[in-house]
Design a protein around this ligand. Structure first.
Ligand code: SF4
Ligand code: SF4
Length: 187
């Protein structure tokens, strides 16, 4: 029985956000740049950060990570955004979106009421990831999953706001690198 005052069928904002976030995680569950494990070739450089290198989280994402049994510490940056720090090892099912889409970033471009997704190699990854440093093409399946995940994020207002906010500095850096002639083409 529902508690008095909560109409049947009403979902809290947090539940709505979590529902979409779960779908995004599912879409990206097996996402990887190639069929072969690129980590074998580079000794998993993207997992080798220290306690200062964290992954920015989407709203409610911490809940999913905690429920999936991962071992993370959580904190906030000066803008009040939550991020997670890992030990350099995780069960794949507990990794956050930031890791699932790496080294791609789906750049949203809003024009005339429409939002289009342009996939780029994340300009922040150039210093770490050999794929990004060499402007290598990743698999079609990976690109399709990242694009689909980005579209899902845009369907839920809280996730959409967080996503657009996260995308701005990536866009600015990508544009800057384009001017220098070092950033990746659109994918
Ligand atoms: S750093 Fe790049 S190449 Fe290495 S494991 Fe991570 S995504 Fe793959
Ligand atoms: S959460 Fe997992 S995939 Fe992400 S950096 Fe840590 S060990 Fe690597």
């Amino acid at each position: 029985m529902k508690p008095a005052g909560i109409p049947s069928g009403t979902q809290s904002q947090s539940e709505r956000t979590l529902r979409v976030l779960r779908r995004v995680w599912e879409v990206l569950e097996d996402a990887a740049p190639y069929e072969a494990d690129c980590g074998d070739a580079c000794s998993r450089r993207c997992c080798g950060g220290d306690e200062h290198a964290g992954m920015l989280l989407f709203p409610e994402e911490r809940q999913l990570m905690e429920r999936s049994g991962g071992c993370f510490t959580f904190s906030y940056n000066e803008d009040g955004e939550e991020y997670a720090v890992c030990s350099g090892r995780c069960s794949r099912q507990s990794r956050p979106i930031a890791c699932r889409i790496y080294p791609l970033f789906p750049l949203p471009q809003c024009r005339e009421g429409q939002t289009r997704i342009h996939l780029i190699l994340d300009p922040r990854a150039r210093a770490v990831c050999p794929i990004a440093a060499a402007n290598q093409k990743v698999s079609f399946g990976f690109r399709r999953k990242v694009r689909r995940a980005a579209r899902l994020l845009l369907t839920e207002p809280v996730l959409r706001d967080a996503y657009l906010k996260m995308a701005q500095p990536v866009h600015d850096l990508w544009e800057f690198q384009q001017k220098l002639g070092v950033s990746s083409r659109r994918r």
